[in-house]
Design a protein around this ligand. Sequence first.
Ligand code: SF4
Length: 399
Amino acid sequence: MTDSNRIVSRRDFLKTAAGAAAMIGAIGNPATASQQQAGMPTRPFGRTGIDVPILSFGGSLNTSLSTLLLKQAVKWGVTYWDTANTYMGGRSEKGMGKYLEKYPADRKRIFLVTKSHAWNTKGMSEDLNLSLDRMQTDYIDLYFIHSVSSSSELTEDKKAWAEKKKAAGKIRLFGFSTHSNMAECMLAASGLGWIDGIMMRYNYRLMHADDMQRAMDKCSQAGIGLTAMKSQGGGQVKTDTESELKLAGRFMKKGFTDAQAKLKAVWEHPNIASICTEMPNMTQLMSNVAAAMNRTTLSAREVDLLRQYARETRSDCCIGCAAICESAVDGDIPIGDVMRYLMYARCYGDRHRGRIHFQNIPLRIRRQMEGVDYGPAEQRCPQKMTIGKLMREALKELG
Ligand code: SF4
């Protein structure tokens, strides 16, 4: 075989679902052939009657540059795509539209999700029309209010809006994403009867939190589909620590990367329909697809390793309970949001994104941030984060 034949053969191999499953071997997974079943597993999305792949494509990137990546995702069964009208200033939605224009037959296969950050229903209508236009589609499968942080945002006029748009065929399902005060928002949603789906942070750090477990159970009983995001521990504002390297070494011995193990820990929760994760390149896509297709579950010892790591690195990670710290300081400092922007910059390595978000904070508040006494917030923070130090670092790094 010539070198070029060898390259073509490998490429063709990777284009198949079985090829992706077999890649697990290449990253050292000890699963047997029977555990590496070809095909992306699916799960019911609540009681909507729709099955979704357990891995979804997080589109908070410029997907106009990623048509090939999207094509490969579809081939491997990653047919749940998540975006928002604000991601990359609209380039994420436009890129998905570019893909759907090129491959219109794929529209029916894709469970398409986007979000509106508008404060009122008029703005939501404008956002929805813009999203439909950008993504070259007549309907959105699941439409989210972006980043709900209080149950008071789930108002009757939004319910009426959702019903109207469903009746008009512009959206099939409605719900919200949440990063802060998640348990409160989810519990409230479970009693409303008009929320079909929720995307929330959920990972090995949060899986032992009683309030989250309760909220997830209630949502599942109410038939709400749940998608986990930030599943590899999102919220981390400090990386490359000794504990992180130690954890990676331990999982490598077991045949998983630590990133794959973190995904598996989330899939173990039966009420999680899908994990939405950003996969900006083929390597990341392949690694996550391989983890999804491999049916090996984590042992109790491995779950314990993650729990121990979460404990050891607790103060490196914000879990989004912003009501706790924000109510402890003067002014309207959005501590939870700033922690998330730091995470984009440090954990995702996307400083540009962190800066764009940070600079949307009104100048008046950014100026206030410098003089605030964060001591009371630090005392209340369940993660024992050094909030004052991190706020000052954010001002320097992202300001
Ligand atoms: S800084 Fe602490 S209290 Fe504030 S949102 Fe993060 S984890 Fe919660």
